[in-house]
Design a protein around this ligand. Structure first.
Ligand code: NAD
Length: 430
């Protein structure tokens, strides 16, 4: 649960409000609603990690398996100090909705460990990754629940986790995790997939608006895996990146027509250790950019705002001040329901997380297919298939939006709930 200005921001409460809104519009069967409002399974585990000095810290880990009507549970694992059960429940619900929106044969799950990974040595990080798998071994697997990376987890961590699962099974099992290093069954395209999926939708919207890339100014909150990959693609295509931030702070372009070069930021951040974008701001302060806060970035003058960090960033407190015309939600849950209502009233287009950031799970699906079929896909195939799936999902969502005269978020939920309900009915659950 995230606390902001003394106010509790409970992601699961927000997720359930979104479900209720869509259910009301759809006049959803109460039996289906009854099933959808609670996760099917919740696992809480303890993961002891021993330091070099011999001290044990026992970390709290979760895996929530929300719904598997449409296929195996699927969803990332995050390592973050603010992880709690309600957050993981919300994220697992959104995964079930997301997989249905893009129509891939998965249910939804999510995992998390309450830890600040920056405080761990590499050895402790590996113990934590392997410990998570040992604790949940019986509950996961290529036909049950396939985890992937999320905040503060990466291909190396997925590689350790897959190895731990394989050791315990007694044979190599690459299909148990996605987002792995390429050498152990990962897909080269997976790292950039979430950013690329968002970029494909941005391009689709731009063409509908009949604009040129250089006419669109983008501000991006979060320069981690998702935010950076999106920034590279947008910059290469000619969009102007006018704001960029990470947990430490933001940089904002002050000169008209200037664009931040995300490759330079990446290089500067590699030199500057943890103090990434902020450090680059220091480097460029005297040139065309200035340092700012994340709060300023969210309300800055731009055409497209891309929250790509954490939940609950766009709230009732800043929604009225947002200047962007389009919000492309690459983070999960960045907008609270109250802020959403303000954006709807102000005519701001919000491309919701359950569609906008689905590229990652789509390419994870390709990776899993490659692993369970013991094959390898040719270069370029995945990006093409991703583009087709993202555009089809956008158009299917758009059809619901027009049919019910609702926001893109509610339309995406309606599309997903229809698909999940059909699967539950087909299996005789309701
Ligand atoms: P990451 O850990 O690689 O990067 C997170 C970034 O957000 C970092 O730059 C960090 O400094 C920044 N950040 C953290 N707290 C912040 C704050 N308070 N204000 C501003 N910036 C802050 O994580 P990621 O994998 O890029 O995930 C980012 C978001 O995208 C998350 O919401 C995640 O759930 C979502 N997402 C990720 C994937 C994926 O494939 N990795 C897929 C779908 C959705």
């Amino acid at each position: 649960m995230c606390k902001k200005n003394g106010q509790q921001m409970n992601a699961f409460t927000h997720a359930m409000k979104q479900l209720r809104t869509a259910a009301d519009v759809l006049d959803l069967d109460e039996n289906i609603y009854e099933i959808l409002k609670r996760p099917q399974r919740i696992h809480e585990v303890a993961i002891p990690v021993r330091s070099k000095e011999g001290k044990i810290t026992n970390y709290r880990g979760y895996r929530v398996q929300y719904n598997n009507a449409r296929g195996a549970y699927k969803g990332g694992i995050r390592f973050h100090p603010m992880v709690d059960l309600d957050e993981v429940k919300a994220l697992s619900f959104w995964m079930a909705i997301k997989c249905a929106v893009v129509d891939i044969p998965y249910g939804g799950a999510k995992g998390g460990v309450q830890v600040d990974p920056r405080t761990l040595s590499l050895d402790e990080l590996e113990q934590l990754a392997r410990g998570y798998v040992s604790a949940l071994f019986l509950e996961i697997g290529p036909k049950i629940d396939i985890p992937a990376p999320d905040i503060n987890t990466n291909p190396q961590i997925m590689g350790w986790m897959m190895d731990q699962y394989s050791r315990m099974r007694g044979y190599a099992n690459p299909g148990s995790f996605t987002g792995k290093p390429v050498e152990v069954g990962g897909l080269r395209e997976r790292d950039a997939a979430t950013g690329r999926g968002g970029f494909i939708l941005l391009e689709h919207l731009r063409k509908k608006l009949d604009k040129k890339p250089e006419e669109m100014r983008i501000a991006i909150q979060g320069f981690g895996n998702v935010g950076a990959q999106f920034a590279f693609l947008a910059y290469d295509a000619g969009y102007k990146i006018v704001g960029l931030s990470d947990a430490e702070g933001a940089i904002i372009a002050t000169k008209d027509g200037a664009s931040i070069n995300p490759y330079e930021v990446r290089m500067a951040s590699e030199r500057g250790g943890l103090n990434k974008v902020y450090c680059y701001g220091g480097v460029c302060r005297t040139l065309e950019f200035t340092q700012a806060t994340n709060t300023a970035l969210l309300t800055m003058d731009c055409d497209v705002l891309v929250p790509a960090a954490i939940e609950n960033q766009l709230t009732v407190e800043n929604a009225a001040m947002v200047q962007a015309h389009i919000i492309l939600e690459l983070a999960n849950g960045p907008t609270t329901p109250k802020a959403d209502a303000i954006f709807l009233e102000r005519g701001i287009t919000v491309v919701p997380d359950v569609l906008a950031n689905a590229g990652g799970v789509v390419v994870s699906y390709f990776e899993w297919l490659q692993n369970i079929q013991n094959t390898s896909f040719d270069d370029g195939v995945c990006d093409k298939r991703l583009a087709k799936i993202m555009i089809n999902a956008f158009e299917a969502m758009h059809e619901q939006q027009q049919a019910y005269a609702v926001s893109m978020r509610t339309a995406a939920f309606i599309l997903a709930i229809k698909r999940i309900s059909a699967a539950m009915e087909g299996r005789g659950w309701v």
